[in-house]
Design a protein around this ligand. Structure first.
Ligand SMILES: *[C@@H]1O[C@H](CO)[C@@H](O)[C@H](O)[C@H]1NC(C)=O
Ligand SMILES: *[C@@H]1O[C@H](CO)[C@@H](O)[C@H](O)[C@H]1NC(C)=O
Ligand SMILES: *[C@@H]1O[C@H](CO)[C@@H](O)[C@H](O)[C@H]1NC(C)=O
Ligand SMILES: *[C@@H]1O[C@H](CO)[C@@H](O)[C@H](O)[C@H]1NC(C)=O
Ligand SMILES: *[C@@H]1O[C@H](CO)[C@@H](O)[C@H](O)[C@H]1NC(C)=O
Length: 121
């Protein structure tokens, strides 16, 4: 499970990279921090079990950059890193996560995330 989740993370980064390269700055210009917020709220909505209440504070009243596991880049102030590893989360990964245009690091190791919806590919 751990290995497959790690491979999933790698795949994700590749897909994000491809998406970003093909859309380039046009795609990035059309999104903002609200896009990142929606993406992470979608992820939260797809988590079916959160035994340590890691995601409980993810809400529209807290800045995305202060959400659990999220780190924003200094230059764009957009989510650059998401690390939810080892948090015993169960759920699925929504295609929405692909909207994190500035994400360079995604670590979902050692959780029970099932695969991406096929539409994402
Ligand atoms: C983000 O962009 C949308 C439109 O694309 C806009 O309605 C919203 O106010 C923007 N949010 C911020 C925080 O700039
Ligand atoms: C969530 O917010 C509450 C109230 O601000 C705080 O007591 C709690 O520690 C926070 N939980 C996490 C996981 O950050
Ligand atoms: C994510 O957090 C875990 C635990 O703190 C750490 O071991 C791991 O190296 C982090 N992953 C990345 C990509 O920084
Ligand atoms: C992965 O998480 C499980 C609990 O979900 C834990 O028992 C196990 O030790 C963790 N694996 C590693 C390598 O930390
Ligand atoms: C984000 O992704 C979803 C699903 O992939 C899509 O429906 C939505 O229009 C995208 N854009 C924004 C700004 O949330």
């Amino acid at each position: 499970m751990e290995r497959s989740c790690f491979l999933l993370s790698i795949t994700f980064l590749l897909v994000l990279h491809l998406q970003y390269s093909s859309i380039g700055t046009v795609g990035a210009a059309q999104t903002n921090i609200t896009t990142d917020q929606s993406a992470l709220l979608a992820l939260k909505a797809h988590v079916t079990n959160d035994p340590h209440n890691i995601l409980v504070n993810l809400s529209t009243t807290t800045s995305v950059c202060n959400w659990a596991g999220a780190v924003c880049g200094a230059r764009h102030l957009r989510v650059a890193s998401l690390n939810l590893s080892y948090m015993d989360l169960t759920g699925t990964i929504p295609p929405y996560l692909g909207n994190l245009s500035f994400l360079v690091e995604l670590d979902l190791r050692n959780n029970s995330f099932r695969g991406l919806k096929s539409t994402f590919f």
